[in-house]
Ligand binder design. Structure first.
Ligand code: GDP
Ligand code: ZN
Length: 466
């Protein structure tokens, strides 16, 4: 990706393929001459102009709407020209090609992926978390994810992060100011209730982190691997879970015993369900390749569904599978085909199953029928539960790994700072330093650079004479 380039850029902004309309977007610092060359006149900014898109000989390639945005009041913060024509790949390519030729002497070139949004960030039209939300909104695979991405885009997440940052900075300003007056250091922490203030910040940071974790599940989804012996009903369960979801079953090239991934949604939470080759002892090389891949998938899973036949659960082979499952990955034991059990053999129907089941509790065995659908609602609930999904609290924004890492790093810094504060000894400078590092960690989320101007902030907003 090209950072801080200034030459004008152009691209087809709509999805490839055919559509009602197709949009070509051009962004650059001074596009007016190019606008005249392309449209034949100076365009009044923010007005729709219907006109032909002519080639270099004046022949119309298409006709449509031209929209001009004068920077900085534009998406990128630069001048932006949008040509909205008919949405066919050939016609759009022609118009784009003509734009590139017409703008060649101004340095116009094809945009890199994400470069319009990158410019929007570099020109302060949005912060980093918002820029990321643009991609998340486009990529959202469920309505819940789209809602959350839009919230991030409009700044909901950034506002929370900035508010916490500000509180950390204010506390640090107090400390820094006190450092200049050593006689005040002694009772600083008490006088300004620094420990209590810090405690409040840490609490709110923890709440924000919990929300971010929800947002990450919503964005990334969970990788759920169906493991078990052949014929226990893994593929049937996959189909049952997919239900009438517009299923994109993706057979990965290779043998029929290879894996199949299907994305489903449970309450808007994406789950990537991976059906695998049945696990058993085998001499067949083709099958053993499938089995090796299954184990590779199991190693990468967020959740493992260990499917068994309810009529004959946990036999020797199942015990061998159980023993080989990676420690640390949540395993859900699911006994399938309960419809084939005779009455009185159906343990999921006994009311106090949880109390009587030897492996009761969150990891107790589930009883289902992929055929009749019995127990599937409970299975869905348990999957969400294992994912750490809190159904009552839909995440107000999508979050990424790096956001979570930054929040956790800030949390760790503040924990160290709290340690210093609790001693109430002469470690104010260390206290201040941890606050600075926590602030920096949070700033990484929105991408702002602040550590250098912190001093200026201290002396401009803090009344030092007091
Ligand atoms: P896999 O090898 O683990 O993927 O198992 P399949 O999904 O291919 O199922 C193996 C056989 O068991 C098929 O004949 C299914 O129709 C049958 N089957 C799967 N689930 C159930 C169930 O819940 N009840 C009954 N009665 N049959 C099932
Ligand atoms: Zn199967």
């Amino acid at each position: 990706m090209i950072l801080r380039a200034h030459e004008p850029i152009a691209a087809i902004a709509t999805a490839p393929g055919r559509g009602g309309i197709g949009v070509i977007r051009i962004s650059g610092r001074n596009l007016e001459p190019l606008v005249v060359r392309l449209t034949g006149k100076a365009l009044q900014p923010r007005h729709a102009h219907y006109l032909p898109f002519n080639d270099s000989r004046g022949q119309a390639m298409d006709a449509g709407i031209a929209l001009f945005f004068k920077g900085p009041q534009s998406y990128t913060g630069e001048d932006v020209l949008e040509l909205q024509g008919h949405g066919g790949p050939a016609v759009l390519r022609r118009v784009l090609q003509h734009c590139l030729e017409a703008g060649r002497d101004a340095g116009l070139r094809l945009a890199e992926p994400g470069e319009f949004t990158q410019r929007a960030f570099l020109n302060d039209r949005m912060d980093l978390a918002q820029a990321e939300a643009v991609a998340d909104l486009v990529n959202a695979s469920s309505e819940a994810a789209a809602r959350s991405a839009m919230a991030s885009l409009s700044g909901a997440f950034s506002e929370k992060v900035n508010a916490l940052s500000d509180r950390i900075v204010r506390l640090r300003m107090l400390v820094e100011a006190t450092l200049d007056f050593p006689e005040e250091e002694i009772d600083f922490l008490e006088k300004y209730q620094a420990a209590a203030t810090l405690g409040g910040i840490r609490q709110d940071l923890a709440a924000l982190t919990a929300q971010a974790r929800q947002g990450m599940i919503l964005r990334e989804g969970l990788h759920v691997v169906l493991a078990g012996q052949p014929n226990v009903g893994k593929s049937s369960l996959l189909n049952a879970l997919a239900g009438d979801e517009i299923a994109i079953v993706t057979p990965i090239a290779g043998t029929t015993r290879d894996k199949v991934i299907q994305q489903i949604h449970i309450d808007g939470v994406p789950m990537h369900i991976i059906d695998t080759a049945g696990l058993r002892e085998t001499e067949d090389t083709v099958e053993s390749i499938g089995i090796a891949r299954t184990w590779a998938e199991i190693e990468k899973a967020n959740v493992i569904l260990h499917l068994q036949d309810a009529r004959n659960p946990q036999d020797a082979l199942d015990s061998a599978i159980t023993a080989r499952l990676p420690a640390g990955t949540p395993v859900l034991k699911v006994n399938n085909k309960v419809d084939l059990l005779s009455d009185g053999q159906a343990p999921w129907e006994t009311a106090d199953d949880a109390a009587n089941n030897p492996d009761a509790g969150p990891h107790r065995t589930l009883y289902i029928s992929a055929r009749t659908g019995a127990g599937l609602d409970e299975l869905r609930r348990r999957l969400l539960d294992i994912a750490g999904w809190n159904p009552g609290a839909e995440s107000p924004w999508l979050a990424r790994e790096r956001h979570l890492a930054a929040l956790e790093s800030a949390r760790d810094r503040l924990a160290v700072a709290a340690g210093h504060a609790s001693h109430n000894d002469q470690v104010l400078d260390l206290f201040a330093e941890e606050l600075r590092l926590a602030h920096e960690a949070l700033c990484a989320i929105t991408g702002q650079f602040t550590s250098d101007d912190l001093l200026g902030e201290i002396f401009s907003s803090f009344c030092i004479g007091k």
